[in-house]
Design a protein around this ligand. Structure first.
Ligand SMILES: CC(C)(COP(=O)(O)OP(=O)(O)OC[C@H]1O[C@@H](n2cnc3c(N)ncnc32)[C@H](O)[C@@H]1OP(=O)(O)O)[C@@H](O)C(=O)NCCC(=O)NCCS
Length: 167
């Protein structure tokens, strides 16, 4: 799937040799090969809400952190803040013991801001594990100067950085 935004990034392969996972998110079919895999988390007891499922606030903390890390690498600075998080729809619950994978991609870039999508999916470990798309949302980050004002960033769609090589 290619985005149509003029500043959208070229497709970025997470794991070139792994088979694609095509999943439906809202009305879109998504290929996970177009995302960078940022990290994985195991859902532990302390992450659950009163209904015994992953607490949404904890998930959003992980989404914000993973997408911020991704954007820092792309923008070439640690001085960024979250400006906006799009509507968040929790598609499926994450349960105790689920392994969540945080996948990110650039959607569009401005002078001082970068919009990235974060897709959270479960990892299959055992053959019977279900592949679940937990959430997909867009986040806007703004680069700041030393005075805390919006400042130009270094992202270029022609030179997208692979976080694996940057850390
Ligand atoms: C980030 C902050 C400095 C930006 O200030 P601002 O007055 O919106 O600055 P600007 O109007 O110059 O906008 C800066 C960039 O944000 C973008 N932006 C502003 N409002 C936006 C919105 N509602 N949605 C998407 N992008 C937006 C602008 O388009 C601009 O990007 P561009 O240069 O790539 O075009 C200020 O809003 C802030 O400090 N917010 C708090 C951030 C924070 O603390 N986040 C942590 C969560 S609590």
């Amino acid at each position: 799937m290619n985005t149509s935004h003029p500043n959208s990034a070229p497709a970025a392969t997470v794991a070139p040799d792994a088979p694609s996972r095509l999943v439906r998110v809202h009305s879109r079919i998504i290929d996970d090969h177009e995302y960078f895999s940022m990290s994985r988390k195991i859902v532990m007891g302390g992450d659950l809400n009163g209904a015994g499922r992953l607490f949404g606030g904890r998930l959003m903390e992980w989404v914000d952190e993973n997408t911020a890390l991704f954007c820092m690498v792309q923008m070439g600075t640690r001085q960024i803040v979250t400006k906006k998080i799009s509507e968040v729809i929790f598609n499926q619950p994450a349960d105790l013991g689920d392994i969540l994978e945080f996948l990110c991609r650039v959607k569009s870039a401005g002078r001082t801001s970068l919009t990235a999508e974060c897709l959270v999916m479960t990892k299959r470990i055992a053959p019977n594990d279900k592949l679940k798309v937990i959430v997909a949302c867009d986040l806007v980050f703004v680069a700041l100067d030393s005075e805390g004002r919006p400042a130009p960033h270094a992202y270029s769609p022609d030179a997208q950085h692979d976080p694996d090589f940057e850390f």
